[in-house]
Design a protein around this ligand. Structure first.
Ligand code: PXL
Length: 285
């Protein structure tokens, strides 16, 4: 029998179920790989706000990764919320020492609610220790600005930012255009080829966990053997349909529908329902 690819998320828990490891594990399952998790932090959170954060000790994060590598093996891994420089460093050390690849770094900095998920003093560790290990880095516009230290708003600036991230040592950068007005174009650069990957803008408030879902989908598709460009395009397609099929949950930014392909029962309030309002400016993606 064919072996099922195994994919690891190194990320935080979202008690609201829409982002973090919850989104990652749902994405892995939907895309037909076996999901595993090394938990970095616990957030108390709903669709409106993060109300508390508890960071786990670096040793237990390292122990989770070691336990998984020692028995099950990792065909691809991705990172989400890493919270602190100590956690960034321990994850970088483990990924380097265990030779974990492909390795997708989603440089998570703030939640959809605006709450910080990475301490300011951890940005340098992320840039210097984690990004150079990455097969792909997937920043949104604000994250790209923090990583490269300059404005990233126009398509040209997105291209320059992607190049700068590759110069930091990443194999590839996908700068996501979801936060721009109009068509959400992602800019892809792998050190050789620049691509503009167009998408469809869906008017909805159900955008919580979109970044986590995108990075996890890339990890799953890479683990299944797709090439980088196909994995990124496939991830975007999967995410677009998951946003489109979202049903209302909570009163803020609701989650996407990871299992749009499998659920048979029509959902009241699915696309176009009363809570589907225009995406707030500067949010989403
Ligand atoms: O979407 C980024 C993200 C990652 N990880 C956790 C989160 C969020 C956003 O809310 O809560 C735990």
């Amino acid at each position: 029998m064919e072996r099922v690819p195994t994919v690891l998320t190194i990320a935080g828990s979202d008690s609201g179920g829409g982002a973090g490891i919850q989104a990652d594990l749902k994405t892995f399952s939907a895309l037909e790989v076996f999901g595993m998790s090394a938990l970095t932090a616990i957030t108390a959170q709903n669709t409106r706000a993060v109300t508390a954060v508890f960071e786990l000790p670096p040793e237990i994060v390292a122990a989770q990764i070691d336990a998984i590598v020692a028995d099950i093996g990792v065909d691809a891994a991705k990172t989400g919320m890493l919270a602190s420089s100590a956690l960034v460093r321990v994850v970088a050390a483990r990924v380097r020492e265990r030779g974990i690849r492909p390795f997708i770094v989603d440089p998570v900095m703030v939640a959809k609610s605006g709450d910080r998920l990475l301490r300011e003093d951890a940005v340098a560790a992320l840039r210097e220790e984690l990004v150079p290990l990455a097969t792909v880095v997937t920043p949104n516009l604000p994250e790209a600005e923090v990583l490269v230290g300059r404005s990233v708003q126009t398509l040209d600036e997105m291209r320059v930012a992607a190049e700068a991230i590759v110069r930091l040592g990443a194999g590839c950068a996908v700068v996501k255009g979801g936060h721009r007005q109009g068509e959400p174009i992602d800019v892809f650069f792998d050190g050789a080829q620049h691509l503009e990957i167009p998408g469809r803008r869906i008017v909805t408030t159900s955008t919580h966990g979109t970044g986590d879902t995108f990075a996890s989908a890339i990890a799953a598709l890479l683990a299944r053997g797709f090439g980088l460009e196909d994995a990124v395009r496939g991830a975007k397609e999967y995410l677009t349909l998951a946003i489109e099929h979202a049903y209302p949950i909570g009163h803020g930014h609701g989650p996407v529908h990871h299992f749009w392909k499998w659920w048979m029962t029509p959902k009241s309030g699915a696309p176009g329902a009363p809570n589907q309002e225009p995406v707030a400016e500067g949010r989403g993606g």
